[in-house]
Design a protein around this ligand. Structure first.
Ligand SMILES: NC(=O)c1ccc[n+]([C@@H]2O[C@H](COP(=O)([O-])OP(=O)(O)OC[C@H]3O[C@@H](n4cnc5c(N)ncnc54)[C@H](O)[C@@H]3O)[C@@H](O)[C@H]2O)c1
Ligand SMILES: O=C(O)CC[C@H](C(=O)O)[C@@H](O)C(=O)O
Length: 363
């Protein structure tokens, strides 16, 4: 977490991209605008990316977007992209590409239930490696002599990436413990900071073996001696997460496992529509709701804006504006607890705008 930037203006790249990204990112912008003097003046820089942009101009991630982020912006917010499920020549996921271009190697995804709201007590963070694994997208397909086909994907795990994501997880475990000791509210009692290493090295003993051993080596560093280390095979991780989510504090996982378990964890707290994330590197951070472009509800005005609003809070917290971030989180928790304004994914009848207005009022 960076110390608060000493700036009079914060330049924030805003990339709504596709689908409900265009509906929920403006909600996050409204909340940031309402913070007033709690943060520096924010200058929002609208930027293009996505499937719609690809179909208009042939590029899912225009050079101008990358350059503006790199040269002119202090941080960014991403909405969601509608990547197609079939191969389209020239198209490549802009969010996956941005994580690599900006070396945003850690995808930090806190999943937390709100006290007093239905559901199991959950207060965990998934720390997802964000640059490698199957996401290097090295795939090939060949024809066999008999006319059938065979396709391969290369999975890359490096000690470099595993070590820095491991360190991120242990640092976060220490920070969460310090916050708990300072009185941070939680629906779960974690008696000791803990990191769970998620892998499948019973089968993939070389790749996941390297991930596991490298993170274990990080755990041995003196400064992390107070942090308990556990391991969980990714399949039983899903099982245990659903049965006893309260046992998890920080979990660290290779890219694809992290992607999958975070959507599963979102179900534990009611909806993908409430789970935020930041893509963090050493020099840049980008907030992003965990959910996708939700084509099934796109354009209806009922997307839950909370994941994006919480992502804005997480972004501020990462930049060092912890008080402003806490203000947003408290307002969101209060609206959820009160229960009057909820979107249909949380079994309510409210619109995106009504929930956003309620959060603005609670601020
Ligand atoms: N980071 C990203 O940009 C990102 C993340 C995931 C998926 N995607 C893309 O999104 C598209 C759709 O993917 P999908 O349907 O598998 O996943 P999705 O996350 O878009 O939707 C899954 C389900 O959750 C619901 N949901 C998601 N966000 C919600 C919100 N804010 N409020 C209320 N309900 C919400 C949807 O209505 C849907 O029923 C695909 O093209 C995929 O590639 C992008
Ligand atoms: O649809 C895309 O282009 C990327 C989806 C993206 C991913 O990392 O796989 C999404 O599932 C996510 O969790 O951010």
């Amino acid at each position: 977490m960076a110390a608060a930037l000493k700036r009079s203006t914060l330049r924030l790249g805003m990339i709504p991209a596709d689908g409900i990204g265009k509906e929920v990112l403006p909600a996050a912008q409204r909340v940031l605008e309402a913070l007033g003097s709690a943060i520096p003046r924010v200058e929002f820089v609208p930027l293009l990316a996505g499937w719609e942009e690809f179909n208009k101009n042939g590029k899912a991630l225009p050079e101008a977007t990358i350059e503006t982020l790199k040269i002119e912006c202090d941080a960014a917010m991403f909405g969601s992209v509608s990547s197609p499920s079939h191969k389209v020549p020239g198209y490549s996921s802009p969010i996956v590409a941005l994580r690599k271009h900006l070396d945003l190697y850690a995808n930090i995804r806190p999943v937390k239930s709100v006290q007093g709201v239905d559901g199991k007590p959950v207060d965990m963070v998934i720390v997802r490696e964000n640059t490698e694994c199957l996401y290097i997208k090295k795939e090939e397909i060949h024809d066999n002599a008999d006319g059938s086909k065979v396709a391969y994907a290369t999975r890359q795990i490096t000690s470099y990436a595993s070590s820095r994501i491991g360190r991120m997880a242990y640092e976060l475990a220490l920070r969460r413990q310090a916050e708990r000791e300072a009185g941070a509210s939680s629906s779960v009692h974690h008696s000791q900071p803990k990191v769970t290493i998620v892998h499948k090295s019973n089968v993939l003993s070389v790749t996941d073996g390297l991930f596991r051993e490298t993170v274990r080596a990080v755990s041995q560093e003196d400064k992390y001696k107070s942090v308990k280390t556990e391991e969980q095979l990714v399949d039983s991780m899903v099982y245990r997460m659903f049965r006893e989510p309260e046992i998890f504090d920080v979990s660290v996982a290779p890219n694809l496992y992290g992607d999958i378990i975070s959507d599963g964890a979102a179900a534990l707290v009611g909806s993908l529509g409430v789970v935020p994330s930041v893509n963090a590197g050493d020099n840049f951070v980008m907030g992003e709701p965990v959910h996708g472009s939700a084509p099934d509800i796109e354009g209806k005005g009922i997307a839950n804006p909370i994941a994006s609003i919480r992502s804005a809070a997480l972004l501020l917290s990462h930049l060092g504006y912890t008080d402003a971030a806490a203000k947003i989180d408290t307002a969101v928790d209060n609206v959820l607890r009160e229960g009057k304004y909820r979107t249909p994914d949380l079994h309510g009848k409210s619109t995106t705008e009504e929930v956003t207005n309620a959060i603005l009022k609670a601020l």
